[in-house]
Write a protein that binds this ligand. Structure first.
Ligand SMILES: [Zn+2]
Length: 255
């Protein structure tokens, strides 16, 4: 047996056979992988805590030498971070479920994902103490699009290259970013205010603007616009409509 040690975020799990669990894990070096946790559903199984979606663990994975088709087996796991046991606020849990589903759906192939791993691990933790969990979620959505090769154009107008200034603008997912509202755009284009444009830029590049995503609070007239823009971009570029988005919207609206 060949063994490897990997930091891993559990994205999803499924019952397998009588006592086992199949796990979908995001690791920095290997990207998204599937592993099997043998006996994890037996009473008092040692590995069960590491098999909760959202938990980050240092995992030992064993692969049978010479067998390229067999799934790696989770043999040991040391928890690095897990959900706080009891959160009175339902929003962080809804936000985490959405982030995990988004990454699970967006990554079909096992390719290295160091930046995405770091972004997901940071976001899972940050939503717990965020002033506005939506800001952390949107920052992650922008990072996901960027890492998968669909960075949104949020500065000059994509049609004429001029600055957007304070005039009316639209976000067109088919064009990949912002345009003056005076240009022809696709049927998918959404109107965006200058304030929404400024907020999108900060969420996309928090380090460049020296802002902390967990401290940003999106005003009520901007939050839904940014949500719709990013959902449209994710649906268009990644062809994804995560089911947990509805639950997230309900949790955020019920504040
Ligand atoms: Zn223009």
């Amino acid at each position: 047996m060949a063994t490897t040690n990997q930091l891993a975020i559990c994205l999803r799990r499924r019952d397998h056979g009588e006592h086992d669990l199949l796990l979908w894990l995001l690791t920095p070096e290997l990207g998204k992988i599937t592993a099997i946790a043998r006996g994890a559903r037996r009473p008092r199984a040692a590995l069960i805590a590491a098999c909760q979606p959202g938990t980050i663990s240092r995992c030992q994975l064993a692969t049978r030498a010479g067998s390229s088709s067999a799934l790696p087996v989770l043999t040991q796991a040391e928890i690095v971070w897990s959900y706080p046991a009891a959160e009175a606020d339902f929003r962080p849990a809804a936000a985490r479920a959405y982030l995990l589903e988004l990454v699970d759906l967006a990554l079909p192939d096992p390719e290295p994902q160091e930046a995405l791993y770091a972004a997901l691990a940071g976001s899972l933790e940050a939503v717990g103490s965020a002033a506005d969990p939506a800001a952390v979620v949107h920052g992650f959505e922008l990072a996901l699009l960027r890492e998968l090769g669909f960075e949104l154009s949020l500065h000059g107008c994509l049609a004429c290259d001029e600055a957007l200034a304070e005039g009316p603008a639209v976000f067109d997912p088919a064009a990949g970013g912002l345009l003056h509202a005076s240009h022809e755009a696709s049927d998918l284009a959404l109107p965006v205010s200058p304030d929404a444009v400024r907020a999108l830029r900060r969420l996309a590049q928090p380090a460049a603007y020296e802002v902390d995503l967990s401290a940003i609070r999106l005003p009520p007239e901007i939050g839904p616009v940014i949500r719709d823009v990013l959902r449209a971009a994710i649906a268009y570029h990644l062809d994804l409509q995560p089911r947990s988005a509805t639950l997230l919207d309900e949790a955020l609206a019920g504040e």
